[in-house]
Design a protein around this ligand. Structure first.
Ligand code: 9WN
Length: 421
């Protein structure tokens, strides 16, 4: 019997193109940003040199102003739409030689580089990578800070958990434009009921087309069709700034900017606590802050934001509550990406209910950070049981544990290696 760890490594090897690891063999054939960082975290425990190569390969797509894009389209003969022609990055000042998208994704790279360095110290690698990561984080603060709190805005749902119902109201205000001018390749490899609708896609494309007119650099966030303070993105950035400060310390570089940014982000996230809901509030930059009923409400946990009392309440009343995100008799697989009590909960569709391995991994790290070690062990155990039973899928049905979306999904395999470690 091949061990779970060996099966996880096999998935990463199968998806490895030589220059980067595909997130999923058919649905996602190019290099995505946070996928690559999470893959590098898995490689830390089995092949750190390959993990370092993954980070280097992603950074080949960075723009002159520091942005690390959400997709890098390495030259390949594959079918994927919408592909590089939608983004047309070659026409934008400061774009790299490789075609890329013009937006970014949650910045996990600093955390991946720290994990790699802890597993297999390599100061030369840090000296090479730290300036690029620092430039990306600076870009986020300079380009995406709408309100002076230190929190940053995303300008497209593709910059986070794209199809999450928390974005529905902001998306509904956007003119859906013309019918799609391309055939969606995702639908050729995944069930319609598990993917975003065409109407969602039309709005995603409308936002890209608007951003493209401005070469993806707006003169102010006010101009954006979509601008949202996403707690998942901001919690990831908070941890990344702390990890970057740690990396700077390793190479004797100045860590002051990153440390200050992390402290500001933590303070701003702390303000978002909602005592009634035992969770955090977020929202459109122009709208109200609310508890959304999606798993983003829990993400400040990942950044160690809640105090002891809040962390316990968040765990008992939200994360592990059978009515909300936790295991129940009817749906024993947790954590759901939308609360079961929410009217938006959909057990099959993408970010609208199913269980994701990366979400569980972030929450395990958060529980550990907040001193809830036994609870972290419980969630780790349940997550490993799910992959043992259903394989390394993109997401899973919370009642049956059935695999959904792309099979052989790289970050599910990579994070299994980290959870096992
Ligand atoms: C669009 C690759 C990516 C993930 C995202 C996930 C999904 C793409 C899609 O797949 O997004 O960028 O086609 O829906 O939402 O988190 O990085 O795995």
């Amino acid at each position: 019997m091949v061990s779970l760890a060996d099966r996880a490594v096999e998935v990463l090897r199968r998806n490895d193109t030589g220059s980067f690891v595909k997130p999923g063999p058919l649905v996602y054939p190019f290099q995505w940003n946070w996928d690559s960082a999470l893959v590098a975290i898995g490689f830390a425990w089995v092949d750190p040199a390959r993990g370092r190569a993954e980070v280097r390969s992603l950074l080949r797509g960075r723009w002159a102003d520091g942005m690390v894009p959400h997709i890098v389209f390495h030259p390949q003969d594959v079918q994927y739409s919408p592909g590089p022609e939608l983004w047309d990055s070659a026409r934008c000042p400061g774009a790299p030689a490789l075609p890329t998208s013009g937006i970014t994704q949650p910045p996990v790279v600093a955390t991946a580089v720290r994990t790699l360095h802890e597993a297999d110290p390599d100061l030369r690698f840090l000296e090479e990578i730290v300036p690029a990561v620092d430039a990306w984080h600076r870009w986020l603060h300079e380009e995406r800070s709408p309100d002076g709190t230190g929190l940053v805005a995303i300008l497209h749902p593709w910059e986070s958990a794209d199809n999450a119902p928390r974005f529905d109201a902001a998306l509904a205000r956007i003119d859906s434009g013309d019918p799609l001018s391309f055939t969606r390749t995702d639908r050729q490899h995944a069930e319609d009921a598990e993917r975003p609708t065409d109407l969602d896609y039309r709005r995603y494309i409308a936002i890209v087309e608007h951003l493209r007119l401005h070469h993806y650099r707006l003169s102010s966030i006010e101009e954006a069709l979509f601008a949202y303070i996403d707690l998942c993105f901001n919690a990831v950035l908070t941890v990344a700034e702390s990890d970057l400060a740690w990396l700077c310390g390793e190479i004797g570089a100045d860590s002051e900017r990153a440390r200050t940014a992390a402290a500001r982000l933590r303070a701003a996230l702390r303000e978002r606590w909602d005592e009634g809901a035992a969770a955090y509030r977020e929202g459109d930059v122009r709208g109200e802050q609310t508890v959304t009923g999606t798993v983003a409400d829990l993400f400040p946990l990942y950044a160690g934001v809640p105090d002891e009392r809040q962390a316990r309440r968040l765990f008992e009343e939200s994360l592990w509550s059978p009515e909300r995100f936790g295991p129940s008799k009817e749906a024993p697989w947790a954590v759901t990406t939308v609360a079961k009590s929410s009217r938006d909960f959909d057990a099959c569709r993408y970010w609208r209910g199913p269980v994701w391995i990366n979400v569980n991994w972030f929450l395990v790290r958060g529980l550990e950070r907040c001193g809830l070690a036994a609870e972290a062990d419980g969630l780790r155990g349940l997550t490993l049981e799910l992959v043992e039973r259903s394989g390394f899928s993109e997401y899973y049905h919370p009642s049956t544990g059935a695999p959904l979306g792309s099979g052989d999904f790289s970050w599910s395999a990579a994070l299994t290696l980290d959870l096992l470690h």
